[in-house]
Every structure is written in structure tokens, then in C-alpha cells.
Design a protein around this ligand. Structure first.
Ligand code: MLT
Length: 245
């Protein structure tokens, strides 16, 4: 079986362009700062589903269908005008999201999720659920594509490091996987460079520095809490629902 890594939604699209939609594959979406960290947190705090959309306009249209849903998301890191929540995981408390659906639009992460839908089983990964995702991948026993979201369709450090942890863990625990893409080697090397300094790496990253400049520095500390939950959200129908715990 194969394990591959893509670093941006554009690379994901190119990778899947000639793929067989019926091929049994697991696609692991990573957007550490902050979309997948936020999705995992919302579902851990008892949101009933998350619906990823491509643009704010689509979110407002879906709000007409799901009137009680929360509109959440960001552009350039800040809450979208007319939305209920931005994209800081701290906004998605149980008090706010329990029992509610969430329609989410983000700059990179929800676009990456939507590109993956229809091409396999899609699950949601970040540092906070990395070991549960590794276990899910090993149990699933199929080709794996680790799809990083990057930033404005350019590779980002934090997603690549998260991919490196996941790929290293899978390859170490199973001799059934082989890799060919340089992106797999790159992600493992990047992880090796900051093995015990995830928060320090986030603070050095471009998006981490940008979010800190906006006053979201504590989102980096939250996103760096490796293995702090066992929830593995997956796509069912057209939305993200809670997965194995
Ligand atoms: C993304 O889509 O990359 C993130 O949601 C951006 C952010 O939350 O600042």
C-alpha cells in the first residue's frame, strides 16, 4: 500500500485529477492553524456536524437551509462579516456549539476538505488528535493520502510537520506501506527538526507569527497540545461528523 503527502489544495487537486474515484483510499486533511484544530474541538464539544463550504456566499445560502446552524470561519484569520464565530478553537465551547450544526468557511482548510470529498474516506487531523488518527489509519488498512492545506495555496511548515509525525508513525508501525513522493521525505525531515518543540515551531511559522500579530497567540498553544483528544472526525454525506473516539 502507498502513503503520499500533498502540501496544498492545488497539489491535492492535481494528485486526484487522474485518480479513480472508486479506489479505496483514506484522505487525511490537515490544517493545524486552525481549521482542522477547530473542527475537532467543535465536535469534541458536542457540535452535531460541521459543513465545510468553499466561500462565505455558499455559507449564507446553506444558512437558509439549516436555519439553526452556526456560521463560522475566517478570511485572513479574522471572523467573516455576518458570521457568528471566527476560527479560533476557543470560540467553539460546549456552551456555544453543543447540539448545533456548524457551517464553516475558511481560507484554506475547508477548500481542501471539499476537494477531497468523493475521492475516498476523508478524516480530519491536527496535532491534537494525531495518535487517534494514526490508529485509525492503521486500522483502515488502505492507501493513505495525507493532504495538507497550506496557506493561500503555498506549503506551510506546521501542516508539513504534522504530516511528518503521522507518516513516520505509520511507517514505523506497519511494513505494509511504501512511499515514492519526495513530499513524504520532506515532511518527515521537517518533523525531525522540531521533534520536541511543536509550539516553538508554530511560533516560528509564517501563519503562526501572523495569527500572533492579530492577538491569537494562545491558538498556537492550544494547537500544539499533541494527542489531547481521541476524536477522529470523518466526512459522512456532505458534512464532517464525529468519528471514532
Ligand atoms: C485556514 O483555512 O488555513 C485557516 O482556517 C486559517 C485561519 O484560521 O487563520
Amino acid at each position: 500500500m502507498r502513503i503520499d503527502v500533498t502540501f496544498t489544495p492545488g497539489e491535492l487537486k492535481a494528485y486526484l485529477a487522474n485518480s479513480d474515484r472508486n479506489h479505496r483510499r483514506l484522505i487525511v486533511i490537515i490544517d493545524v492553524l486552525r481549521a482542522t484544530t477547530t473542527i475537532i474541538t467543535a465536535l469534541k464539544n458536542k457540535a452535531i456536524w460541521v459543513l465545510p463550504v468553499l466561500a462565505p456566499e455558499e455559507a449564507f445560502e446553506m444558512k437558509k437551509v439549516y436555519g439553526d446552524a452556526i456560521l463560522a470561519g475566517e478570511r485572513d484569520g479574522e471572523k467573516i462579516d455576518g458570521f457568528d464565530l471566527g476560527n479560533s478553537p476557543f470560540e467553539f465551547t460546549e456552551e456555544v456549539v453543543a447540539g448545533r450544526g456548524i457551517i464553516q468557511s475558511t481560507t484554506n482548510g475547508t477548500v481542501n476538505i471539499r476537494y477531497a470529498m468523493g475521492y475516498g474516506e476523508v478524516i480530519i487531523c491536527s496535532f491534537i488528535n494525531i495518535n487517534a488518527v494514526r490508529r485509525f489509519c492503521l486500522d483502515y488498512n488502505a492507501d493513505i493520502l495525507v493532504a495538507c492545506s497550506g496557506r493561500y495555496n503555498i506549503m506551510c511548515l506546521e501542516d508539513a510537520v504534522c504530516a511528518g509525525i503521522l507518516v513516520e508513525g505509520i511507517i514505523e508501525q506497519s511494513d505494509c506501506y511504501r512511499y515514492e513522493m519526495d513530499s513524504v521525505i520532506i515532511s518527515m525531515h521537517l518533523y525531525d527538526e522540531c521533534r520536541n518543540e511543536i509550539l516553538g515551531m508554530l511560533k516560528k511559522s509564517q501563519h503562526g507569527r501572523y495569527l500572533t500579530s492579530l492577538g491569537y497567540g494562545r491558538d498556537l498553544e492550544f494547537s500544539a497540545k499533541v494527542d489531547s483528544t481521541d476524536i477522529v472526525p470523518y466526512i459522512a454525506d456532505d458534512r464532517v461528523v464525529i468519528g471514532l473516539q
